[in-house]
Design a protein around this ligand. Structure first.
Ligand SMILES: Nc1ncnc2c1ncn2[C@@H]1O[C@H](COP(=O)(O)OP(=O)(O)OP(=O)(O)O)[C@@H](O)[C@H]1O
Ligand SMILES: [Mg+2]
Length: 441
């Protein structure tokens, strides 16, 4: 848009321009002021007689000279309208805010236009600079932005809380599931315990009866030597037909192996009972080695083909703990170790004490853990296992159980060099809930 100005403005038009609620000033190519309306005079505190004919930069040294000069030069060169909004340059002139009541805005936000002024002969002598007060809009927009930021922060906080809630719920479900499995195992173990008990005791009787029967047969055989040849032949034939010698030796082996099998069943039942600690859901003094061994037996099937288990047990005092829950932790750590071993490897179980603390370390010769995964291991649902193979809850549940014991769960690992998870537990629980001290040493 260009404005063509005749020799003189109409007086009416001049009056409008003088009083309009908009800053209007004319600048020549050297930025000398040729027109200055009331808006400019009121807001700058400088009357037109102080400003007219003067260089704008001398009267207002605080103006951004380089930028403004370039803008005006551009309009003279191109004879085109230019514009800057308050978002780009909030305050060109340092005018006071027009919202004194709220007191929130100290300086006036301004929208500026630079308009080429061309006379009838086509010569451009001036740039008309208009300054519009945009404080109202700017204040509203800034307030909106502030509220938006607040809302966004609140939204972020809410989704963080929802996430935390989901994690807690998942952990609770997993704990409940494990507790239910423990109860089931203990129930089954209890049911099996009785029949196995009487089979085992009958078996001892059976073993001694079989021995008695064989010694009776020996006596008969010896007595048959005294009999005539026909009788002896009959006995010999029967002995050979039944393969008596094999039967006798195999019977002993059968009885021995069956007894061992029964002992194994008894041990498994006992381990299941120990593992689930069903009799005591409360804090108790427990032998952690016993817990480790029974856990190992319960999950033996998962590891026996992959790993040799080497135990380096130190001397451990009884530890005040929730036994079945600690066994869950040992189970998660040992199964993870077995999973980390590709074909064949070793799992070391190490225990010991340091001051008033005990530790149980599960170390493996498996694949190790990538450094970028180390900090995420205890997050619920973090897993590197294929879908359907790992839920990613084992370590997060273990972490919560150890935290409940005022202990710590530490991990050390390098890719390709195995991993070591160490459970640190205080021997006795502090009465209240003080922060866990570091282990001595
Ligand atoms: N001993 C280990 N060696 C290497 N990586 C391990 C070891 N233990 C844990 N990890 C890594 O930590 C991840 C998380 O373990 P976590 O036990 O929490 O879940 P998961 O084993 O994947 O699934 P699940 O819920 O069945 O236990 C595993 O997916 C694995 O990448
Ligand atoms: Mg796991």
């Amino acid at each position: 848009m260009t404005v063509i100005v005749g020799e003189m403005l109409h007086a009416e038009l001049g009056a409008v321009l003088q009083h309009i609620n908009l800053g209007v000033l004319l600048l020549d190519e050297q930025c000398r002021v040729s027109y200055w309306n009331d808006f400019m005079a009121v807001n700058s505190g400088k009357d037109s007689d102080e400003v007219l004919g003067q260089s704008l930069f001398e009267v207002f040294p605080e103006l951004p000279r380089l930028w403004l000069q370039k803008k005006i030069d551009g309009v003279f060169a191109l004879k085109n309208l230019a514009f800057t909004s308050w978002q780009q340059r909030p305050h060109l002139f340092n005018f006071c805010g027009s919202r004194p009541i709220t007191g929130q805005v100290e300086r006036m936000f301004q929208n500026c236009t630079f308009c080429p002024v061309i006379d009838a002969s086509g010569t451009m002598k001036y740039v008309c600079l208009t300054i519009a007060d945009a404080t109202e809009t700017a204040a509203q927009q800034l307030e909106l932005e502030r509220l938006n930021e607040l809302l966004q922060a609140e939204k972020d906080e809410q989704s963080r809380l929802i996430h935390k809630l989901e994690d807690a719920q998942a952990q609770l479900l997993q704990s409940e599931k494990m507790a239910a499995i423990g109860q089931l195992a203990a129930g089954v173990a209890h049911e099996i315990n009785n029949p196995v008990g009487y089979v085992y005791s009958n078996f001892s009787s059976l073993e001694s009866y079989v021995g008695d029967l064989f010694s009776l047969i020996d006596t008969f055989q010896l007595a048959s030597q005294q009999q005539d040849a026909a009788f002896r032949g009959q006995i010999e034939q029967a002995t050979q037909a039944l393969d008596y010698e094999f039967l006798r030796s195999d019977m002993a082996a059968l009885v021995r192996e069956s007894r061992q099998g029964l002992e194994r069943v008894k041990q498994i039942v006992q381990d299941l009972r120990d593992f689930s600690h069903i009799d005591s859901g409360d804090w108790q003094l427990a032998d952690l080695h016993k817990g480790l061994d029974s856990t190992l037996n319960v999950i033996w099937n998962e590891i026996k083909f992959k790993a040799e288990v080497v135990k380096h047990y130190g001397e451990l005092p009884s530890v005040q703990c929730l036994g079945s829950q600690l066994n869950q932790v040992f189970m998660n750590l040992i199964i993870n170790a077995a999973h980390a071993i590709d074909k064949q490897g070793t799992i070391w179980l190490e225990t010991g004490t340091q001051g008033d603390w005990v530790f149980v370390r599960v170390r493996d010769s498996g694949s190790g853990i990538a450094p970028e995964h180390l900090s995420r291991l205890f997050e619920p649902f973090f897993t590197t296992k294929p879908v359907g193979q790992g839920t990613g809850l084992g370590l997060s549940v273990s972490y919560s159980i150890i935290a409940k014991h005022q202990g710590r769960l530490e991990v050390e690992s390098l890719p390709g060099q195995g991993a070591a998870f160490t459970v640190w537990l205080p021997v006795r629980q502090a009465p209240a809930d003080p922060p866990a001290p570091s282990p001595a040493g």
